[in-house]
Ligand binder design. Structure first.
Ligand code: 3IO
Length: 336
């Protein structure tokens, strides 16, 4: 009798627990989980925009989708990002196109010295360029957004005030920015941004050529006490998704992502431009960094050294059958 009572209580408990589990299950079982890989550390702008995108997608899909983010190259690194996403090692990934200049010829034209003023202009121009030309380089992925950093400046351990000062200097840069350093007589050393931290500490490079938010986000201001305001050249980025994975998503989820594409580009451009101002203030106040603006006559010499870069790109792109002049004029128009 007593034994029977226990077993019926146990049975009842089992039934209750199963009920709870069963009613909870559908919500979790239907949940779509996506991995999003990024190469630089969490506090940097490509990862800040990733977290913003994650929050927006999760909110706009009413929790139907869960995005798991992997900053700091923990899932895929800078150079393996594009192929990693194509192969499905991550569902989503953020690529810096400058790390593979030959692969992204059309979109890397945004990193020619053609006067893009800030990250908002750059991001919009890049995305519009992509939408117009739909370059074959992206045929195996779905582009979720694109954005750029702000124009680059020289951050260095010793002051750079003239072209003579920069001659032969080992400075880190990739892609279009490397060509520009070369034109100024510097010695560009190519490596992805995250590798720069150690290279600066070890002295392998004497400085870097990129957007100024890195002074704060990577603490480069502790090593580089001088900034020369060259204000030229952006790096283009793309957030890409595995095509089969995207195609497997419900249409309403796909729509949420596509509706976010341009908004995310603008959000990131604005965030980057604001972060630059904060970084400049912090570099001056907390790290005593000297900001050098080139006198007009000197600046003219620097700018004059760059004309041939765009001309050369046009010649090369024409031989590949690309409408090179049109691409350049489109970027300038889109950047307005
Ligand atoms: C960049 C890349 C990763 C994190 C922060 C960043 N700020 C500017 C860039 C672009 C760049 O200079 C590079 O080489 O990736």
């Amino acid at each position: 009798m007593f034994k029977r009572m226990i077993s019926s209580t146990t049975l009842l408990l089992f039934a209750l627990v199963s009920c709870v589990l069963l009613t909870q299950q559908p919500a979790n079982a239907g949940k779509i989980k996506l991995n999003y890989a990024n190469f630089p550390p969490a506090p940097t702008f490509p990862c800040v925009q990733m977290e913003r995108w994650k929050v927006e997608v999760e909110k706009r899909t009413d929790g139907q989708v869960q995005i798991n983010t992997f900053p700091g190259g923990t899932l895929l690194g800078a150079k393996g990002m594009m192929d990693g996403v194509i192969a499905g090692q991550s569902d989503i990934g953020n690529i810096c196109m400058a790390y593979q200049p030959g692969r992204f010829i059309v979109t890397n034209a945004t990193s020619l010295p053609i006067g893009i003023a800030d990250a908002k202009q750059g991001s919009l121009a890049l995305l519009k360029l992509y939408e117009k030309y739909k370059p074959a380089a992206f045929k195996d992925v779905v582009v979720l957004t694109m954005f750029t950093n702000a124009p680059g400046n020289v951050m260095s351990k010793v002051p750079v005030r003239t072209l003579a000062d920069i001659r032969g200097m080992d400075l880190r840069a990739s892609g279009g920015a490397a060509q520009i350093l070369k034109a100024w007589g510097a010695n560009p050393v190519g490596m992805p941004m995250p590798a720069t931290v150690e290279a600066l500490q070890k002295g392998t490079v004497k400085g870097i050529f990129s957007s100024l938010e890195v002074m704060k986000d990577f603490k480069f201001a502790e090593n580089c006490k001088y900034v020369t305001m060259t204000e030229t050249v952006i790096y283009p980025f793309a957030v890409v998704m595995n095509k089969a994975k995207f195609n497997s998503l419900p249409p309403d989820v796909q729509k949420v992502m596509m509706d976010l594409k341009e908004e995310q580009a603008m959000w990131t451009g604005k965030y980057m431009d604001e972060q630059i101002q904060k970084s400049i203030a912090w570099s001056k106040e907390a790290n005593n960094v000297e900001f050098i603006s080139l006198p007009a006559a000197e600046k003219e010499k620097w700018v004059g050294k760059l004309d041939f870069i765009t001309e050369n790109w046009i010649k090369k792109a024409n031989t590949k059958g690309l409408p090179a002049e049109q691409i350049i004029s489109d970027i300038k128009t889109f950047a307005k």
